[in-house]
Structures are given as structure tokens and as C-alpha cells.
Design a protein around this ligand. Structure first.
Ligand SMILES: NC(=O)c1ccc[n+]([C@@H]2O[C@H](COP(=O)([O-])OP(=O)(O)OC[C@H]3O[C@@H](n4cnc5c(N)ncnc54)[C@H](OP(=O)(O)O)[C@@H]3O)[C@@H](O)[C@H]2O)c1
Length: 277
């Protein structure tokens, strides 16, 4: 993707999954890339992979330890990125966590953690870079939400609320950015084959599995590819995959249909397990 050649890009959650796939692709496109995450070991492994994937030896590639839930750490990571890459053209707020469980079985701490990392992590990251992007009067911001940022299903109340919150923030941000030459892209991934999905599959209520089983799992490379294509073209909403696009459209024009399909999967599960306690 020629758009990214020579551009400076910062990605949170760049040590794993979708963020890492995006960072590796960007290195291959000739971008200067800074990734951040909390765990230093995975960051170092990711950085070495990015160096292997780089298009040219002069590309600047950085790994920065940062917890996005802390605004001071986000401010420091921003300064390190601007100094290390010599500026910043594209910011991707991708870091996120999940914890599926039923409403009454979800501890308060989980509701708070989802908001702290997924929502406030996005807000802190964007706000730390915004003065720089506004001052240079150009830039792009990618925000990684989820299909659960436009629809809710069984077991995802804490996570979906944080993903809907990102969308509300981004829609307002889009309009404020119009005067400053900065574009917003919102990504709504479906189930994607990453360490996060592997972890959440271990604790998902069986009802959630029965419903989510209807959605096809995508590779992090394909999802990251759609994210970067969306940022390059200036698209506002990007839903990776055919099933995701269809669901997004259905949710907008016929929301009852989406509930009918997911409720149907739940009822099917209940019928199949009616004899069990
Ligand atoms: N995988 C899916 O099925 C799926 C579907 C829809 C949306 N998404 C969204 O896509 C994004 C990436 O998910 P993924 O599946 O690629 O997950 P992943 O493989 O688990 O990677 C998550 C990344 O975020 C980092 N991270 C987590 N908490 C952080 C914090 N407090 N501060 C800074 N970095 C943090 C992780 O590193 P450390 O833990 O070392 O900090 C890691 O680099 C998330 O926003 C997720 O909600 C994923």
C-alpha cells in the first residue's frame, strides 16, 4: 500500500494479534512504525519480526512500553514516538482486552477494566497525539472497536459497552477533526484468530459460543489489511469480511432481523440442552 511508504505510524497493542499484523504489514509497506503494549518481552519479539519484514534498512522501527489506561504513560509514549520517528502521520488505537461472562456473574472490576483499557485507553491515546496532528493540519486516526461496537450479544455486556463507547467518541471526534485535516477510521472486526480470541474462548458462556459460532473467524493479517486499506482511503467505517459487512448493513436497515438470527441461535442451543440442568 503506497500510501504508507515513508509515513510515521503509532499503534497501541502492537505486540500481538491485529495490532502486530498491522505493524508487520506497515513495515513491509516502508512505513516508520512505533508499537506499544505493556509486556516488554512480546514487544521485543514483535520488533524483531517488524525489522525482518521492513522494506528498507533506513526505516525507523520502535517498541515502547506503555499502559494505555494511564494518561501520563500515553503522553510519554507520544513524546517517544514523535522523537523516535521524527513525527507522526497515523495513530492507531488498537489495544484492548475482553472478558465474556453473564451480567450477574461479571465482577465490578471487569466492567471497570473494560472501560479503563478499551475506552479510556483510546481516549488517552488520541488526546495525547491530537495537538500534534492538529498543529501539522493533517493525519489519520484508526480506532479498533469490534462488531460488538454496533451490536450486543449474550455474555458481552462489559466488553460491548466499552466498544460502543469508542464509537460514540470517534463519531464526535470525526466532526471536530474536519477543521484540522485529520481523518478517522473505525474498524469493527469480527472474531479474529488472535491470542485474545483463544483466551476468551476458554471462558465464554456456552450460549455465547452458540451465537458467536455463526460468525466466521478471520486471520489477523486480513483484518489488519482491511484496517490499513480503510485508513489509506479515508473510509469512516470498516467492517472486515463479507459476513461482518452484511451484519453491519442488516443492523442499520433491519435491526430486528439481527436479533431474530442471534435469538434463534440461542433458542436452538436451549432446545439442544433442554434435558440438562
Ligand atoms: N480477536 C478478536 O476476535 C477481536 C474481535 C473484535 C475486536 N477486537 C479488538 O481488536 C483489538 C486487538 O485485539 P487482538 O485480538 O489482536 O488482541 P491480542 O492479540 O490479545 O492483543 C492485544 C494487544 O493489546 C495490548 N494491550 C492490552 N492491554 C493493554 C493496555 N492496558 N495497555 C497497552 N496495551 C495493552 C496487548 O499487549 P500487553 O498485554 O502486553 O499490554 C497486545 O499487544 C482489541 O481492541 C480487541 O478488542 C478483537
Amino acid at each position: 500500500m503506497d500510501f504508507f511508504r515513508g509515513k510515521a505510524v503509532y499503534i497501541t497493542g502492537g505486540s500481538s494479534g491485529i495490532g502486530f499484523a498491522a505493524a508487520r504489514l506497515l513495515a513491509g509497506f516502508g512505513a516508520h512504525v512505533a508499537i506499544s503494549a505493556r509486556g516488554k518481552e512480546r514487544l521485543e519479539v514483535a520488533l524483531q519480526e517488524m525489522k525482518r519484514a521492513a522494506r528498507a534498512p533506513h526505516q525507523k522501527l520502535l517498541a515502547i512500553a506503555c499502559d494505555v489506561s494511564d494518561p501520563k504513560e500515553c503522553a510519554r509514549a507520544t513524546q517517544e514516538t514523535l522523537a523516535g520517528l521524527g513525527g507522526c502521520d497515523v495513530v492507531v488505537a488498537n489495544a484492548g482486552v475482553t472478558h465474556p461472562s453473564r451480567v450477574l456473574e461479571t465482577p465490578d472490576e471487569v466492567y471497570e477494566r473494560m472501560m479503563r483499557i478499551n475506552y479510556f485507553g483510546t481516549v488517552h491515546t488520541v488526546r495525547a497525539f491530537l495537538p500534534h496532528l492538529f498543529a501539522q493540519r493533517r493525519g489519520r486516526i484508526g480506532i479498533v472497536s469490534s462488531m460488538l461496537g454496533f451490536m450486543g450479544i449474550y455474555g458481552y455486556s462489559a466488553y460491548a459497552a466499552s466498544k460502543f463507547a469508542q464509537v460514540g467518541f470517534a463519531e464526535c471526534l470525526r466532526q471536530e477533526c474536519l477543521d484540522h485535516g485529520v481523518g478517522i477510521t473505525l474498524l469493527y472486526p469480527p472474531d479474529t484468530d488472535t491470542p485474545q480470541l483463544a483466551e476468551e474462548n476458554k471462558i465464554k458462556p456456552p450460549e455465547t459460543k452458540a451465537i458467536a459460532g455463526e460468525v466466521k473467524t478471520m486471520s489477523p493479517e486480513d483484518v489488519a489489511g482491511e484496517l490499513l486499506a480503510g485508513i489509506a482511503s479515508g473510509a469512516l467505517n470498516v467492517v472486515p469480511g463479507g459476513m461482518g459487512k452484511l451484519t453491519y448493513l442488516a443492523k442499520r436497515v433491519a435491526p430486528g432481523l439481527v436479533n431474530w438470527v442471534t435469538d434463534g441461535a440461542l433458542k436452538k442451543y436451549r432446545r439442544a440442552h433442554a434435558d440438562r440442568p
